[in-house]
Design a protein around this ligand. Structure first.
Ligand code: DCP
Ligand code: MG
Length: 265
């Protein structure tokens, strides 16, 4: 591997560090994580936390962690707004046994009720001592037709978090690198979608990235329809499809339904 590429890989593994930052640090002569620790003024708050918990965050998240997290998030969501629901998405919904983070989608069966929910959820989680770091991103509202054109990033309200996940004593025995650790840092994404867009958000956030890219390409090229995490748009009729499930979306695309476990492309 080219030398600069090696350090780029080391640095971009840190939560909050992209390729451009990694390359700049390399040009500035930084080479190791310890070099970074000695230059805290060069780091954003997010990168400091990423560096601080680097070992945990580069350890795979396990299925047992997911169950504990889901329980904690469901409890906080239930307290913040009764009736609101939490759905596991990402790789773990596809049946993966390990992951780099845990992705949850939050909604409420009554459209509009989800507004203002996330800050309340975060407050409950913080009160439980479960949050090491979080960064709130407001929903970036655009006109529906502008949203329909976006093929990559979605505009949902979300929180990028690092949870402080308590570890059961038994887990520490099984070959952990930190036998006495009573907790571990875990990356969690909490995303909020209004119920009308929920099936699209669920499909998009379940991934895999490659599967979604192919599905969107198929939709556009073969069906002339624009699919993303907000909706399915017919650019000729200028209309959106109304759906209540992922199955509906596959049906509108003329495809047989594929369960999440078969989307690991
Ligand atoms: N996703 C998205 N918008 C983002 C981030 C992710 O639409 N800003 C989608 C793309 C992925 C899915 O969500 O298909 C999950 O993203 P992850 O990066 O969490 O990937 P996985 O969960 O599939 O794998 P892992 O977390 O184990 O790396
Ligand atoms: Mg994930």
């Amino acid at each position: 591997m080219h030398k600069a590429a090696k350090w780029r890989q080391l640095f971009t593994q840190i939560f909050g560090v992209g390729v451009r930052t990694a390359d700049r640090w390399y040009r500035e002569g930084l080479r190791t994580l310890d070099d970074l620790r000695e230059q805290p003024q060069k780091l954003t708050q997010q990168q400091k936390v990423g560096l601080q918990h680097h070992r945990d965050l580069s350890t795979p998240v396990l299925r047992s962690d997911v169950d504990a997290l889901q329980q904690a998030v469901e409890e906080a969501v239930g307290q913040a707004l009764p009736g609101a629901t939490v759905t596991l998405t990402g790789g773990f919904r596809r049946g993966k046994l390990q992951g780099h983070d845990v992705d949850f989608l939050i909604t409420h069966p009554k459209e509009g009720q989800e507004a203002g929910l996330l800050p309340r959820v975060m407050r409950h989680l913080q009160d439980q001592g479960l949050i090491l770091y979080h960064q709130h991103q407001h929903s970036r509202w655009e006109s529906p037709t502008r949203l329909a054109q976006q093929s990559h990033m979605d505009a949902f309200e979300r929180s990028f978090c690092i949870f402080r996940l308590p570890q059961p004593p038994a887990a520490a025995v099984g070959g952990s690198t930190r036998p006495c650790a009573s907790w571990k840092a875990v990356r969690v994404d909490l995303v909020v979608a209004p119920i009308s867009q929920f099936p699209f958000a669920l499909l998009g956030w379940t991934g895999s990235k490659l599967f979604q890219r192919e599905l969107r390409r198929f939709s556009r090229k073969e069906k002339g329809l624009w699919l993303n995490s907000h909706g399915l748009f017919d650019p000729e009729q200028k209309t959106f499809f109304h759906v209540t499930s992922e199955e509906d979306i596959f049906r509108h695309l003329g495809l047989e339904y594929l369960p999440p476990e078969q989307r690991n492309a």
